[in-house]
Design a protein around this ligand. Structure first.
Ligand SMILES: *Cc1c(COP(=O)(O)O)cnc(C)c1O
Length: 423
């Protein structure tokens, strides 16, 4: 099948809920993907950071296929031989008492919201139906009806109402606004991304989350960290809330920069892209408000997911992916800054670890970022614009320095080509 044929099929028979770059991928291995014509690309999106461990990581695929031959789904009506082992493993890895396993990221966010509300009513005596959760402007937490109710992205919201109540939005990276919000009555939680990925790798002050946690504690408000995109080594530490700590999962959590959220929300790279796996982690005091029958999912905690996620996390630790992301991220931002200094069309580079964005110096409505991404594709590198005129760069964390420098050369050449064609 050709690129044109595959695109035509999707257009004709699939809902048009995405606007993909015109490339049809057929195969992946590590940092590379190949299209149906056999052309090879560097993947600089990593499926929105789900493929941190690289495409088709042999260890993860082996765990997947071995478990798939044995047992895939039991439902939670029965116990299975993998889930308890995984529960013990992941809670040790992230240092929480308990885990609640789900599938997609949005489901995990919904789970955290439900637990936070229930905790508010049962442990803090919030009056019935009055619980309020604070969120940040320009957030992205998924696509369910409740989650889009507190989005301020018109595309995500418009004509999907009526909206779920009980949320209030404040500016991101604004501690005064946070203190004002959480000091109001009936606030149970602050739900926040440590770096706003979809909003354009919106990177707050280094101490934002740490200070936000201190404010939340003062008012007995839970901090819910959505690390679906920033977590699992992407930003140069195991979690973005780890700050400068580069250990790989068995941390004593004594690094000065570590901030412990009350709930940790994970997804995406929890499976290395092999399978939808998400999770909420919290301590007993919080997690025990959920009793049998009160929350669940048919596929949540299935043995296939448990086997895949365990291996995916082992790979992150064994291959020291956080350290690699940190080291390569520093090199990448230095190189991009060089391009920013050279070309007016580029406004700035920002990010942490290997979650970075190049902000294009053009009107947000212009197609500059899109046009550059199309040219990057022609030159063998796949990236996607995010909101406004911003290009996110998030390669798999198994990249080598040589590969990264090849990619920098592609980006540099593409910017120069773009400026030539534009005249
Ligand atoms: C991707 C993402 C989600 C939603 O995850 P899905 O698996 O697409 O439902 C939620 N929060 C953040 C920060 C994300 O990046």
């Amino acid at each position: 099948m050709s690129t044109a044929e595959a695109i035509e099929l999707e257009n004709k028979y699939g809902a048009h809920n995405y606007h993909p770059l015109p490339v049809v991928l057929d195969k992946g291995d590590g940092v590379y993907v190949w299209d149906v014509e056999g052309k090879r690309y560097f993947d600089f999106l990593s499926a929105y950071s789900a493929v941190n461990q690289g495409h088709c990581h042999p260890r993860i695929i082996n765990a997947l296929t071995e478990q798939a031959k044995r047992l895939t789904l039991t439902s939670r009506a029965f116990y299975n031989s993998k889930l308890g082992v995984y529960d013990a493993f992941i809670t040790e890895y992230f240092q929480f008492d308990k885990v609640l396993p789900m599938n997609s990221g949005a489901e995990a966010v919904e789970t955290a919201i439900k637990i936070a509300r229930k905790y508010g009513y049962e442990k803090r005596n919030i009056p019935e139906d009055a619980a309020k959760i604070i969120v940040a402007n320009d957030n992205f937490h998924g696509r369910t009806t409740t989650i889009i109710s507190f989005s301020n992205d018109p595309d995500a919201r418009k004509n999907f109402g009526p909206y779920t109540g009980g949320f209030a939005s404040i500016p991101y990276n604004d501690l005064d606004a946070l203190e004002k919000a959480v000091s109001q009555p009936n606030v149970v939680a602050f739900l926040v991304e440590p770096i706003q990925g979809e909003a354009g790798v919106n990177t707050p002050a280094d101490d934002y989350i740490r200070k936000a946690k201190a404010i939340c504690e003062q008012y007995d408000v839970l901090l819910l960290a959505d690390e679906i995109q920033t977590g699992i080594a992407r930003t140069g530490s195991l979690l973005a809330v780890c700050g400068n700590c580069t250990c790989e999962g068995h941390c004593e959590r004594q690094a000065e920069t570590y901030t412990r959220p009350d709930m940790l929300i994970l997804g995406k790279a929890l499976s290395g892209g092999a399978y939808p796996v998400s999770a909420v982690l919290a301590d007993d005091e919080i997690m025990n408000v959920i009793k049998p029958g009160q929350h669940g999912s048919t596929f949540g905690g299935n043995p296939l997911a448990a086997a895949v996620a365990t291996e995916a996390l082992e790979v992150v630790r064994d291959e020291k992916l956080a350290q690699n992301a940190r080291r390569l991220g520093n090199i990448f931002r230095t190189e991009m800054q060089r391009l920013v200094d050279k070309h007016d069309i580029l406004k700035l580079v920002r990010g942490r670890g290997l979650l970075n964005a190049l902000v294009v110096n053009d009107a947000p409505e212009s197609t500059t970022a899109w046009d550059i991404c199309v040219m990057l594709k022609e030159n063998g590198l796949l990236a996607k614009p995010t909101h406004g005129n911003i290009i996110r760069f998030a390669p798999p964390l198994v990249m080598t320095e040589d590969q990264l420098m090849d990619c920098v050369a592609i980006i540099e050449k593409t910017i120069e080509q773009y400026l030539e064609t534009r005249g």
